[in-house]
Ligand binder design. Sequence first.
Ligand code: IPE
Ligand code: IPE
Ligand code: MG
Length: 242
Amino acid sequence: MAKKHEPPVPQDMMPKHIAIIMDGNGRWAKKRGMPRTYGHVQGALAFRKLLRYANDIGIKYISFYAFSTENWKRPDDEVHALMDLMRKYLKEAYDHFDLRTRFVLLGDEDGFESDLRQQFIDIQKDTDDFEKMTAGIAANYGSRHEITSAVKQIAQQVKSGALQLEDITEDLISQHLYTKDMPDVDLMIRPGGEQRISNFLLWQCAYAEFYFCDTLWPDFDSKELDKAIVEFAKRTRRFGGL
Ligand code: IPE
Ligand code: IPE
Ligand code: MG
């Protein structure tokens, strides 16, 4: 596929892994006198456009926060609408095979109804060989839940004698997270005006650069992503050194 867009900064200054908290759908809809679910429909369209754009400019890893472990607290009709949107977009993912993108579920698949769970299993299997880009879809995701289940798995292996205490390293812990095949986050973007992390990729963001903006997610487009990347390229990262 011919390249349609140039990256906003030289390739070697681009973040390898971008994580995005897709926030502000409800407020976007409310401003227009529409139901919150309409905001989610528009937010899903923004997701689709941005996925293609990120792929086009050569982003290698991108993670989207779609539904948190805490979002189950919302009213049933909103949760249902969000699950149906996921069903629709997972079906549609097969139309985006030209992107050579591997989809990875970041989250606990056991929380979904069985058909949706199966859709997640299938799309991961069917895109597993793609190497152009990896897209993490964080659904039923919570960082504390992720770390807790990593701790449990490791404790089980110590208990059974398969692992020694000395074998527990930072790398080993990373290998037990949903992001095990992805590098740490370089750039964390939160549109929607809130300046918080809401239980997203706490471990993986240890040295991420943060970018917040007021644009509500359905309005977050390629120009907004370019702005975040340009800002990222200006930052000096020290990782504790000088
Ligand atoms: C983000 O938009 C989508 C999800 C959390 C599923 P919100 O639904 O949180 O929208 P606001 O923040 O209420 O505007
Ligand atoms: C974070 O947004 C979760 C997703 C975008 C999926 P929320 O709207 O749930 O976060 P809070 O409640 O404002 O912290
Ligand atoms: Mg929100």
